[in-house]
Every structure is written in structure tokens, then in C-alpha cells.
Design a protein around this ligand. Structure first.
Ligand code: NCD
Length: 308
């Protein structure tokens, strides 16, 4: 795989060996962090986080990652209101200017394709930190790393993806990564209105990945090695009524969690609303807070890859 300049889509990752290298780098980051042995390979370099949509984990973990590597951070946490975008500046002009101050830019935007547009005009690496209901590649890297860490391997897994498969960008980014591993089977569980878009179903078919679509979690979750639950993306709906009709269709409670295989894991990119009851948090299968922590180390590995 050729060296990537920008991280826009997980379709750019075509080599499982590359991912394995990234996982090993993330493991080293974690070990060095725990033993306070981190050096500062990115000293003097600056990350700009340009966020046009809300975020907790993604922005904080990017900024923590950069600082732990010795770099600095410029942040626009509410760029929609507080950057010159409100005055009508285009993404490409903003990027052109910010790239004079920063060595790498992580951008989150409400429009699908915004990160790609930014990359077209950027002399510095652009990282897509979520583009509308498009993609969220660094979350998917944290997710695949979490599956590897928790289960031990990535081949032959049965993965159940649950909830908002239409607007859920973390799912759109995770699928191409899952497709890199042999023997993976996917169950897509959603209400009919929130079905996975056709282009992703076509992608699975093209890659020869067997998948099944359904509405009911019961009878499916029992077979899963990984159950990945998503928040229904309320902000993407045309009306409140449409959102209310589907917002609480799937709830993982203690009873359902206990029907899963003992070694299976429950994932969620967070924030959760009602999709996973807090009573599940103590279940050994609950991997979502560890998943959030893994996001820090995978982003450290990624920043080092892009900049060092
Ligand atoms: C996700 C996102 O923003 O797409 N959160 C995250 O980055 N961890 C998922 C979501 O908001 O539902």
C-alpha cells in the first residue's frame, strides 16, 4: 500500500498488514504512555482540529494524542459558529489558511464529501473526523483495533451491526475494514427506514462478504462475536416525528446481553442515548469504554504515521 497523505475513507486501507502495523504502533503508544516513557516525536508540529459539528471523544482524543506526542494543538470546537465560515468563507479558503499554521488538520463537517474537498486544496494532511452521514475513518480504525484486541483475531467473525445503518457514518467506515478479513459474516439489523444504503450493500457483494438483513435482534445477537450498536442520528432526520418513530427501537439490556456468547463483545462508538442500558456496563462483554480509550492510541499511531 502506498503511503497515504490524507485519511478520508477507509477504502484507502487495502492491506491488512498495514493495519497490523498500525495496531502494533498503537500498542506501543499505550505501553509507553502507561510507563510514562513517551518521547516527543512530533515536537514543534501542530494539529488543527476544525469541528463544524459537536464532538467529545473524537476531538479530545485527537488533541490528547497530539499533545502526548509532544505536538501542539489549535482548536475550533464550534467552527460552524466561530470560524470565518459564518462570514461565508469556503472550506477551501479556510483550509488554505489553516494549513499555513498547522501541519495536519482534522476536520469534522456536516456535509458529506467536505473532508475530500478539503484534501483537494490542502498542502498538509487532512483527516476526516466525520463528514455528515458519509464516513468516520479514524473511529473505524479504533473499532477494528478494539475487535482485534478484545477477541484476538479478525478472521471468521460474525458481526452484527445494529440501529441507524443509513446515517451512521461509523458503520459506513467499518464495513470496508471488515471486508479485508476472510470468513467475516455480517448481520445488518435496522428498521426498514434506516437500512444500509445500497452502495454499501453493493460493496459487500463485490467483496464477496456474506450478509443478511433483518429487523429483529433476537435470534441474531445470540450468534454474534461482535454486536455493534449505533445511536439513531437524530440530527440527520427531516422531521422530529420521523426520528421519534425509530429512536428507541433497539435497546440492549442486561437480559439481551446475557443471551450473547460469553466471549462476544458489545461495541458502541458513543455517545449512547438509550441503546445500551447502563446496567450492561458491568457485563464483561461491554467493550465500549475500552473502545473509546483505544481511539486515543490509534490516533497517536496515525498522527505519527502521517507526520513523523
Ligand atoms: C460518532 C460520530 O460522531 O459519528 N461518535 C464518535 O465519533 N465517537 C457516533 C455518533 O455520534 O453517534
Amino acid at each position: 500500500m502506498e503511503k497515504l497523505k490524507h485519511i478520508i475513507s477507509t477504502r484507502q486501507f487495502t492491506d491488512p498488514e498495514f493495519l497490523q502495523g498500525l495496531f502494533e504502533s498503537a500498542n506501543r503508544m499505550e505501553r509507553d504512555d502507561v510507563f510514562r516513557a513517551l518521547t516527543s516525536p512530533l515536537r514543534g508540529r501542530i494539529l488543527a482540529t476544525l469541528f463544524f459539528e459537536p464532538s467529545t471523544r473524537t476531538r479530545f482524543s485527537f488533541e490528547a494524542a497530539m499533545q502526548k506526542l509532544g505536538g501542539g494543538v489549535l482548536t475550533a470546537e464550534n467552527a460552524r459558529a466561530n470560524s470565518s465560515a459564518t462570514k461565508g468563507e469556503t472550506i477551501s479558503d479556510t483550509i488554505r489558511v489553516v494549513s499555513e499554521y498547522a501541519n495536519v488538520i482534522a476536520i469534522r463537517h456536516y456535509q458529506e464529501g467536505a473532508a475530500e474537498e478539503a484534501a483537494r486544496n490542502s498542502p498538509v494532511p487532512i483527516i476526516n473526523a466525520g463528514d455528515g452521514s458519509g464516513e468516520h475513518p479514524t473511529q473505524a480504525l479504533a473499532d477494528i483495533y478494539t475487535i482485534k484486541k478484545e477477541i484476538g483475531w479478525l478472521t471468521g467473525l460474525r458481526v452484527t451491526l445494529v440501529g441507524d445503518l443509513l446515517y451512521g457514518r461509523t458503520i459506513h467506515s467499518l464495513l470496508p475494514l471488515l471486508c479485508l478479513y476472510s470468513g467475516v459474516t455480517i448481520d445488518l439489523i435496522s428498521p426498514p427506514q434506516l437500512r444500509l444504503p445500497q452502495r454499501y450493500r453493493e460493496y459487500l457483494t463485490e467483496k464477496g462478504i456474506p450478509f443478511h438483513e433483518g429487523e429483529r435482534l433476537e435470534g441474531v445477537i445470540e450468534q454474534a462475536d461482535v454486536a455493534y450498536i449505533t445511536r439513531v442520528q437524530g440530527e440527520r432526520f427531516a422531521s422530529r416525528e420521523e426520528y421519534n418513530a425509530v429512536k428507541d427501537v433497539y435497546v440492549i439490556d442486561a437480559k439481551l446481553a446475557d443471551k450473547m456468547k460469553p466471549e462476544a463483545i458489545i461495541m458502541h462508538a458513543l455517545p449512547r442515548v438509550n441503546e445500551i442500558s447502563p446496567e450492561v456496563d458491568g457485563n464483561s462483554r461491554a467493550a465500549y469504554f475500552r473502545q473509546a480509550k483505544n481511539g486515543l492510541y490509534i490516533r497517536m499511531a496515525l498522527l505519527k504515521y502521517l507526520l513523523a
